[in-house]
Design a binder for this molecule. Structure first.
Ligand code: MLT
Length: 415
């Protein structure tokens, strides 16, 4: 009989979001009339902006005519999109990244997992805790971890707790690690880091010859001037970091699919016997072998996000979600919750009342207020006692959710 990859058997429960969906479906079966407001998964709710839609329509029209039809595109992405990304996201901000260091893909989730293909199995891996579950689960699948303990922490991974007590900044590891996952603005806590902190990470990575996977999928939601938008703002980061970015949340592409990963040509790893190997060439090899590129109409749509019209329309989309985030922050604070995030990210991270566990709070919120959020403990042991609400929703739903929560608190009912 064919053997399976037994690492999958080490994975705990389901992936967090399907598990939430399972619980919500069970609730809705028993309460079919409940008007449930979903603030769990961070999935956009507003339609694509007009500039993007028009570019995609035009591209489909091109595909319908013999003279302009296109077959396979370049696996790394079309030049028009890579140029637009390099110029707008990096060069115009004084950051030294060139178009051929950008690999267009169908998602940062996929890229963060796929990147493991080109790294060895004996690397020591560090993650924040709470953490976007994909970083951990893909390492489990690849056999880079031991089994999980009762707290859900896997052997061989280095966990760096981030909680309110340390202002959501992790301590730089005291031991040696090879691969470091950082996500800023942070999912799930909605908090950000500083240039000073990133400088420390870069200098750690230089000293230990580590590589940082820097997930900046929520960069577009940064509203404060002093917050870093890219790790490549830090001197020397080109030698130690890979950056992941996405159009999913920025331009409402969760169902459209387009993202990119930046791999500087100056980034290297080593073989077991110490030979230095550029990462860019390895990733290029992997990408060309296992990926056929993002569809032409979608890449045209993504490129339109960088037109003047596109930028303006996307700024409106972001402002829309960030107004929801503000209302959530203010409404929950007024209801007596301790609230974090939501200023430079579309996620609000709240402390559950008293000793209430994250999953108990999930159940209470669903039962009493018919609101779905994400239990902090689902993101890691250090997320226990916290809860995430997403600002990706309609204004009406956001206002209704706040009202329901405030009413529950005022009625002195457990939420
Ligand atoms: C989230 O809710 O954390 C995100 O939607 C997950 C993702 O982007 O894959």
């Amino acid at each position: 009989m064919a053997r399976i990859n037994e690492n999958y058997l080490k994975l705990q429960a389901g992936y967090l979001f399907p598990e939430i969906a399972r619980r919500v479906n069970a609730f809705c079966e028993i309460h079919p009339d409940a008007a449930v407001i979903k603030m769990g998964i961070g999935d956009v709710t507003q339609p694509l902006c007009q500039a993007v839609v028009k570019a995609m329509h035009d591209a489909v029209d091109e595909m319908a005519v013999k003279e302009t039809f296109r077959g396979y595109g370049p696996e790394q992405g079309y030049g028009f999109l890579r140029d637009a990304i390099a110029r707008n996201d990096y060069q115009d901000r004084g950051i030294d990244i060139s178009a051929d260091e950008i690999f267009v893909s169908d998602g940062s989730k996929c890229d963060s997992g796929n990147l493991l293909d080109i790294f060895g199995d004996d690397n020591v891996i560090a993650v924040l805790d709470p953490v976007y579950p994909v970083y951990v689960d893909t390492n489990v699948m690849a056999g880079h971890t031991g089994t999980a303990n009762e707290q859900g922490r896997y052997g061989r991974l280095v966990y760096m707790p981030v909680t309110a007590e340390t202002n959501f900044e992790p301590a730089i590891p005291s031991e040696h690690v090879d691969l470091i996952y950082l996500c800023y603005p942070n999912n799930p806590t909605g908090t950000v880091t500083s240039h000073e902190m990133l400088e420390k990470w870069v200098s750690y990575a230089k000293e230990h010859q580590s590589i940082i996977f820097y997930d900046a999928a929520y960069e577009a939601f940064i509203s404060e001037d002093n917050v870093p938008r890219s790790i490549f703002e830090i001197e020397g980061a080109r030698d130690v970091a890979i950056e992941l970015r996405s159009f999913s949340k920025t331009a409402g592409f969760t169902g459209t699919r387009c993202a990119f990963t930046v791999i500087p040509k100056s980034l290297s790893g080593t073989t077991k016997d110490g030979r230095v190997q550029p990462i860019h060439a390895l990733w290029n090899r992997r990408h060309c072998t296992k990926f056929n590129g993002v569809s032409y109409p979608v890449q045209r749509g993504a490129a339109a996000a960088y037109s003047d019209e596109g930028k303006q329309q996307i700024a409106q989309l972001i402002a829309f979600y960030m107004n929801n985030a503000r209302l959530l922050r203010e409404g929950l604070t007024a209801a007596g919750f301790q609230v974090f995030g939501g200023v430079n990210a579309p996620y609000v991270w709240l402390k559950t009342p008293g000793e209430t566990s994250s999953w108990d709070f999930f159940d209470q919120l669903l039962e009493q207020s018919h609101i779905v959020g994400t239990p902090g403990s689902g993101f890691g042991a250090a997320g226990e006692g916290y809860f995430r609400l997403s600002a990706f929703n309609s204004l009406e739903n956001t206002e209704t959710a706040i009202e329901r929560i405030q009413k529950s608190v005022a009625a002195n009912v457990e939420i």
